[in-house]
Design a protein around this ligand. Structure first.
Ligand code: HEC
Length: 85
């Protein structure tokens, strides 16, 4: 019984440590996702946005540090409305 509780405690500590040291990343960064994003950006965004330079729209390099994921997704989903206004 004591042994069982000991094992259980060790397992719980391990799980907590694992969750603490491997927080879920907000954005996927695997090669496939990055390649898809690059293609989408080149197709739909690059005409108005650069990453560093000002174009018709503001530069988007580092935008994920400026805006929250939620704000970004909602802006991108509604950008035509925002830009028309
Ligand atoms: C027709 C030109 C055009 C295209 C195409 C375009 N944008 Fe924009 N974008 C703009 C303009 C203009 C603004 C500035 C709007 C404002 O500040 O009111 C803007 C602003 C933004 C912002 C907000 C930046 C900030 O600092 O607030 C984001 C994010 C953004 N665009 C993402 C995208 C993405 C992602 C795409 C491709 C899917 C895209 N845009 C395609 C013209 C465009």
């Amino acid at each position: 019984m004591v042994r069982y509780i000991l094992y259980l405690t060790v397992i719980i500590i391990l799980v907590v440590v694992i969750i603490y040291f491997f927080p879920k990343k907000e954005y996927a960064s695997d090669d496939a996702t990055l390649a898809r994003g690059k293609t989408l950006f080149a197709k739909h965004c690059v005409s108005c946005h650069g990453l560093q330079e000002d174009g018709i729209g503001p530069p988007l390099g580092g935008i994920t540090k400026l805006l929250s994921k939620k704000a970004l997704v909602s802006f991108i989903s509604n950008s035509s409305k925002v830009i028309e206004s």
